[in-house]
Design a protein around this ligand. Sequence first.
Ligand SMILES: [Zn+2]
Length: 558
Amino acid sequence: MLRRKLMSALLLYVFLFPMLAFGQAAAPAPYQAPKEVIDKIKEEGSKNSQVMQTLSYLTDVIGARLTGSPQMKRSNEWTRDTMAKWGMKNARLEAWGPFGRGWTLKDFEAEVVAPYNIPLIAYPKAWSPSTKGAVTADVVYFDAKTDTDFEKYKGQLKNKIVLVSNPRELKADFTGMGSRRTDEELAKLANAPDPSTAPRNDAGVSPERLKMFMDRLVQSAKRMNFLLQEGAAVMVDNSFNGSGGTIFVSGASVAQEVPKSIEEAFGGKRLSPQQKEAEAKMIPQMTMATEHYNRLVRMIQQGEKLKMTVDIQAEYNDDDPMAYNTIAEIPGTDPNLKAEIVMLGGHMDSWHAGTGATDNAAGVAVAMEAARIIQALGLKPRRTIRVALWSGEEQGLFGSLNYVKQHFGEMKGGGGFFGGNTGGQKPELIKGVDYDKLSAYYNLDNGTGKIRGVYLQGNSAVAPIFRAWLEPFKDMGATTLTLSNTGGTDHLSYDRIGLPGFQFIQDEIEYDARTHHSNQDVFDRIQADDMKQAAMIMAAFVYQTAMMDGKIPRKEMK
Ligand SMILES: [Zn+2]
């Protein structure tokens, strides 16, 4: 799942460049599979489950899967071969791009060496350039908020290791990190209004927030430019969340041109760290555990002179600028319907400090398991079932957006967050070859938590269908339908062109508190029973979508 900070930016963009409006289509009679079929799905999904085996291979053996990296490619190939081995057809990789370069960490070391040795918990940021060998240098706390503050540091940062964040106060954890959705929360979701009835062009972003957001962008652009010009050796920031050894780490910061307007801030000019041209606009950078970061700041404020040794050795993977989604199918068997498609999936790419277990090997393992259950039971779906495992999600849903563009269509004009923006013009749908063949896409990307229901994305016509499909899973906690939208992940690529794309409602478990983009996003944070439950429900939804007479109703485009 993408980070919320970025999502609020995307929300802003949608707010500035409104998308199509949707109404409702008439609902067909709900279809329901015979009880024996659902019982068999439950049995296969509990007694013969492969979901944790799949997860272990992806996380423990292959490891982190940064888009463009050799490990990402290995996971593409391994999932393709595994689904082919299970008897699925047309297992293949589909290219999209160019994405940019990959990044592989070769060696890393970070410690305080004077006044005495302090080992540190820290991780390089993805796409950080390498240091020139192991760098031993003075540590400077860059405590600058305004342009006048910046002046004080002129000439002070050359070849220094620079701490750039504020210290962050930590509180004792009295409540515990793990949680499941309460009945109250679920009731609130169930009673949420239809998002299409909300006032248009109002994403709830006040002018004050817009200004705050813009100021932050300007400030961070100025800071990066200053550090680059002054020749700092290494930039160190404080993990923005987590404690007790948990560090949240994502991509490196690039020195951007200072934006003059919000349009410019989101325009095509922004460099991403995976672009080759960005390399000259970055300095080596890493994120440190908060307890260690805070201590170093306090020591400096007490007048101590610190020296650190930092060695970041990373390799850019430039041989193939394209990225790949893994695709595999269970072919449909009804001569009249087999050309139609039901899709399921989640993104396989991850950040690099953990092994991307909850974000999102979990969704990948569940989607693969759902397909395996249908395949193993020898069920004969009428429509073709297609698994898609995306890449480039963490950089902006790129894998699914490109796939949808190649197969199903795109929105021209009117903008959105992925190019083609002509500013305020009425958007137009350009249908792709398979636009009318897709029934629905089901996504899983909210961590390890079991399924509690479905976000309907304002599509009230599907409610009676999904209500009937949840019924046999009531005793497993999946009961809630909400008209609400949810964001941050790949179902949006479908939803934005009017195709039914759904993300399930999942229990939180430790997602925001511990695992989402952290070094603790690893196999041991996964809850096996939750994964099995999710795979059974996904299998049942996908199978029944493939069996009904008609397609899943679409939101009517107004
Ligand atoms: Zn994510």
